[in-house]
Write a protein that binds this ligand. Structure first.
Ligand code: Y39
Ligand code: FE
Ligand code: FE
Ligand code: FE
Length: 231
C-alpha cells in the first residue's frame, strides 16, 4: 500500500506533459458529458413514458460537464474539444442513425450500457490518481453514472425477449469502436497514471454485469463483451 501511495505522490499535475495529456482526456470527458446530455433528451422523445426521468438524467449530465470544465480550469488546461468530437464521432453517428430509425434498443445499448460503462471504468480508475479537486468532483459523478447504467439495465431487462437480437447486432456494431477509442487514449491515460489494462478490466466487469442483469447467459456475455477487442 505504501508503495502505491508513494507512486501517486509523484504525479506532477502541473507539468507540461501532464497538462498536454489532460487537454485531451478532459476534453473527451466534457464532450462525452455534453453528448450524454443530448442523448438522454433524445431517449426521452423515443420513450415518452420515461420522459421525465430521462430529462432528469440529461440534467445530471450537464452538471457533470460543468464539473469537469472546472477540473480543467483548476489545472489551467484548455480542453481540445475538436479532438474530443472526432473521438466520439463513431458512436455519435451510430446513435443518431439508430434514433432516426426509432431503434431505441440500439440507442440504449450505445448510451446507457456502452458509454456509461466506459465512463464508470474511466472514473473508477481516475479517482485514486486524480488531483484533490478533480477527485471530489469525479467521486460525485461516478455515483450518478451507476444510476444511468441502471436505467438501461432495467428497461432492457423488462424488454429482453424482443430486444435480444437488436442488442446483439448493436453490440457487434459498437463494441469494436469502444476498443479503438480505448487504444487511442491509452498513451494519454498512462500519462495520467491510468493503466490501460485496468480500464479494460473495469469496463469488462461493468459491461458483463449489465448484460447479466439484463438476462444474457455467461456464454453470451463472454462472446459479446470481447467482440472486437483484438481488432
Ligand atoms: O454518461 C456519461 O456521463 C458518459 C458520457 C461520459 C463519457 C465519459 C467518457 C470517458 C472516457 C474517458 C477515457 C479516459 C481514459
Ligand atoms: Fe455523466
Ligand atoms: Fe451518464
Ligand atoms: Fe449493476
Amino acid at each position: 500500500m505504501q508503495q502505491l501511495a508513494d507512486q501517486f505522490e509523484e504525479i506532477d499535475f502541473h507539468s507540461e506533459i501532464y497538462k498536454d495529456a489532460y487537454s485531451r482526456i478532459n476534453a473527451i470527458v466534457i464532450e462525452g458529458e455534453q453528448e450524454a446530455h443530448e442523448n438522454y433528451i433524445r431517449l426521452g422523445q423515443l420513450l415518452p413514458e420515461h420522459q421525465n426521468e430521462l430529462i432528469r438524467l440529461s440534467k445530471m449530465e450537464s452538471r457533470h460537464k460543468k464539473g469537469f470544465e472546472a477540473c480543467g480550469r483548476n489545472l489551467q488546461v484548455t480542453p481540445d474539444l475538436q479532438f474530443a468530437k472526432e473521438f466520439f464521432a463513431g458512436l455519435h453517428q451510430n446513435f443518431q442513425t439508430a434514433a432516426a430509425e426509432g431503434k431505441v434498443v440500439t440507442c440504449l445499448l450505445i448510451q446507457s450500457l456502452i458509454i456509461e460503462c466506459f465512463a464508470i471504468a474511466a472514473y473508477n480508475i481516475y479517482i485514486p490518481v486524480a488531483d484533490d479537486f478533480a477527485r471530489k468532483i469525479t467521486e460525485g459523478v461516478v455515483k450518478d453514472e451507476y444510476s444511468h447504467l441502471n436505467f438501461g439495465e432495467v428497461w432492457l431487462k423488462e424488454h429482453y425477449t424482443e430486444s435480444k437480437t437488436e442488442l446483439e447486432e448493436a453490440n457487434r456494431q459498437n463494441l469494436p469502436i469502444v476498443w479503438k477509442m480505448l487504444n487511442q487514449v491509452a498513451d494519454d491515460a498512462h500519462t495520467l497514471a491510468m493503466a490501460k489494462d485496468a480500464l479494460v478490466e473495469d469496463f469488462m466487469i461493468q459491461y458483463g454485469e449489465a448484460l447479466s442483469n439484463i438476462g444474457f447467459t455467461t456464454r453470451d456475455i463472454m462472446r459479446m463483451s470481447a467482440y472486437g477487442l483484438t481488432a
